[in-house]
Ligand binder design. Structure first.
Ligand SMILES: NC(=O)c1ccc[n+]([C@@H]2O[C@H](COP(=O)([O-])OP(=O)(O)OC[C@H]3O[C@@H](n4cnc5c(N)ncnc54)[C@H](OP(=O)(O)O)[C@@H]3O)[C@@H](O)[C@H]2O)c1
Length: 280
């Protein structure tokens, strides 16, 4: 029994032949494909026989992922774009629509996080920057791709976070706000699109470059990017709309029954961190 995985992992697709049956010969767009969970998901989809369209800013990193997919016998196309730049979003969407008029799935994994007090983040425009990458950029891309999504009867998988579902945590205002906002937006928008299904995957901590700067996370249990990718592909093999670790429901219920207690506990943690920082 793998206790770390049993405690942390959401339900997942760990069966390559099953994934193959679902995606072989199909076209899947993966945003955030140059690193972490997006790169791991792209490689699993490539191994399963999908044509994988790789989107992120760093061309060289995307080329490396494409080379890994091709070395394993798969097919990948690199589509560099910055999702926080509206002109680049429209340009890459136009290219996608002309080269791939039917998309069978989109894995929306591009994102960034900042752990900083909201007040300190105001001068650095944390909220605007995170909203652009985690919410408005991915939303604009999907809106522009609607004809291809409808024509491919696409499954859109939102790589979300357990933190988008529990009470607001100090120092995570911009991240939690942008992740929770996009999640709700996607569920509402996809319900208007014909034949399109949106699924949210609420991941716990995953060991990737995104969390590396947060020292406190180094000692916490985490999934690997490959384990997270197996949860991300689950909505492609089964008609689920929510994928989450078993304990997330309990946390949500606790937030409903005793929201004050959870908020007090988080305030206490924040006050302790501020005291420790003052002593250093
Ligand atoms: N790691 C965790 O513990 C965790 C937990 C729950 C949910 N998540 C979610 O998982 C997703 C992937 O995160 P990760 O942990 O795999 O982080 P990561 O390794 O830092 O990957 C982030 C990806 O997003 C891309 N990206 C960032 N800004 C972009 C922009 N402006 N335009 C286009 N692409 C951009 C990055 O590529 P470029 O730099 O090349 O643009 C990279 O491919 C995120 O949405 C995150 O919120 C992560």
């Amino acid at each position: 029994m793998n206790w770390r995985r049993a405690l942390l992992s959401p339900p997942a697709c760990r069966d390559l032949p099953r994934l193959k049956r679902a995606v072989q010969g199909r076209t899947v767009l993966v945003t955030g494909a140059s690193s972490g969970i997006g790169a791991a998901t792209a490689c699993q989809l490539g191994r399963a026989g999908a044509t994988v369209l790789l989107l992120a800013r760093r061309d060289a990193a995307l080329q490396e992922v494409a080379a890994r997919i091709e070395a394993a016998g798969g097919r990948a196309v690199v589509m560099p774009a910055d999702l926080s730049d509206p002109a680049q979003v429209q340009a890459v969407a136009a290219r996608l629509l002309s080269e791939f008029p039917a998309l069978h799935a989109v894995i929306s994994s591009a994102g960034r996080s900042v752990r900083r007090r909201a007040q300190d983040g105001a001068a650095r425009r944390d909220l605007e920057r995170l909203l652009a990458v985690n919410f408005s950029g991915p939303a604009a891309l999907l809106l522009a791709l609607r004809p291809a999504l409808e024509s491919g009867r696409a499954v859109i998988v939102n790589v979300s976070s357990v933190s988008a579902r529990h009470v607001g945590a100090p120092r995570w205002a911009a991240y939690q706000g942008s992740k929770a906002g996009f999640d709700l937006w996607l569920q509402a928008a996809a319900a208007e699109w014909s034949g399109v299904r949106a699924a949210s995957v609420y991941l716990p901590l995953v060991r990737t470059p995104m969390v590396a700067p947060t020292q406190a996370y180094r000692y916490l249990p985490a999934l690997s990017a490959d384990e997270a990718a197996q949860a991300v592909t689950l909505p492609l093999v089964s008609p689920v709309v929510r994928v989450a670790p078993w304990w997330l429901g309990a946390v949500e219920v606790a937030g409903l029954i005793a929201p004050g207690a959870l908020a007090r506990a988080l305030r206490h943690l924040e006050a302790t961190e501020v005291r420790w920082a003052a002593r250093r």
